[in-house]
Design a protein around this ligand. Sequence first.
Ligand SMILES: [Cu+2]
Length: 159
Amino acid sequence: MTYVRVIGAAMLLLASAGAYADPCKIAIDSNDMMQFSTHEITVPADCADVEVTLRHAGQLPAAVMGHDWVLAKDSDVAAIVHAGQAAGLTHGYLPQNDPRIIAATRVVGGGESTTVRFGTAGLVHGERYVFFCTSPGHATVMRGRFTLGGTTRVAQAGK
Ligand SMILES: [Cu+2]
């Protein structure tokens, strides 16, 4: 009995590993309750490019519960969020041509998904990077740590 269950678990592991075989490609979910599925994204240091796919598993439209995935230095997040509110949904709650934005998806509503691909050459080792959602009011809870290199993976495992 236990043996069969272990085999089943191993097959599940293999299946999920196969779905995300490329560690430079990240999938993150969001929902109608203003949540990302993770607060921690770590990609290997040798990823020259990173691809992030944001899915919105909820049902509410973008105008009500829209989400995006934006990457910036921790110290730039507040200013970007502020400028994004002024820009409004028609501009994806993002200031236009803002060099502080390292990567950003469009805003998606329930049932939609969006992908952004960006190079890591400009990321500085030791800098603190944060991913967040710029929909008004969301960034306080919809945010997490983005780490290139994995050196903080163990230390950050709790949160
Ligand atoms: Cu959001």
